[in-house]
Design a protein around this ligand. Structure first.
Ligand code: MN
Length: 235
């Protein structure tokens, strides 16, 4: 009699992000880069502006096409937005050279790196990891991913975020301290990147808090915009 090996729990669903023009991109892991724009480092009164990029992992955001609601999370009273360019990795690897990095990119999207700023500051002051401030349910909403089929890579372009119709963030992708290929090269020295990984590349100045009911729109020239609403904490 042959034993049938069974999964003891139902299969865990994969988070997927819509692709511009149709289809879905399955998400493996989410990483984010801290301190990648000088004006944001200055507003946060952070460390040396030449520090290596801070790289940490996040919980994958929930699947959502177009406008979707993000619940205000527990364990914070200072929940903030950060508009960011997101790199979608199409083929993984380790120790990827800067020159080869563009070949590993499947596409790009607009993302919002939602942050429990109070918990992030606590962790920083205690020299603890930032995960508690960065990684929680639905912490990394992502807009539709545009493929690089047209050969487009982002070396520059305006990035903005508005809250309830008022512009709060405005920067240029070209001002990132660490470029897209450099971020991929650095991260692939620390972890083996895999197809399906998303990398949030840091935010310009102007970050700020949200409350339930807020309407947040992030935009990067040449990419589908990302619109979210902040919903009350789920019971
Ligand atoms: Mn960020």
């Amino acid at each position: 009699m042959s034993a049938v090996v069974q999964r003891v729990l139902p299969a865990i669903p994969v988070t997927e992000v819509p692709v511009a023009g149709g289809g879905f991109f399955p998400v493996r892991r989410v990483y984010c880069v801290g301190r990648n724009y000088v004006d944001h480092i200055r507003e946060m009164k952070e460390a040396d502006e030449r520090d290596p990029a801070v790289l940490l992992s996040e919980t994958a955001g929930r699947r959502g096409a177009g406008r979707h609601a993000v619940p205000y999370p527990p364990f914070t009273s200072d929940f903030q937005f950060e508009a960011e360019l997101v790199i979608a990795i199409g083929s993984g690897g380790r120790d990827i050279a800067v020159a080869d990095a563009p070949d590993h990119v499947w596409g790009y999207a607009v993302g919002i790196d939602l942050t429990r700023r109070d918990r992030q500051r606590d962790a920083r002051d205690l020299r603890l990891p930032w995960e508690v401030g960065k990684s929680f349910d639905a912490s990394a909403p992502c807009g539709a991913i545009a493929s690089t089929r047209d050969g487009r890579h982002f070396k520059g372009g305006i990035i903005t975020l508005s809250a309830n119709g008022t512009e709060r963030q405005r920067g240029d992708i070209g001002h990132m301290i660490w470029s897209v290929p450099e971020v991929i090269a650095q991260l692939s020295k620390q972890v083996t990147l895999g197809a399906g990984d998303l990398i949030y590349t840091g935010t310009p100045a102007g970050v700020g808090p949200v409350v339930p009911g807020d309407l947040i729109v992030a935009h990067i020239d040449g990419l589908p915009p990302l619109t979210i609403t902040i919903a009350p904490l789920e019971a």
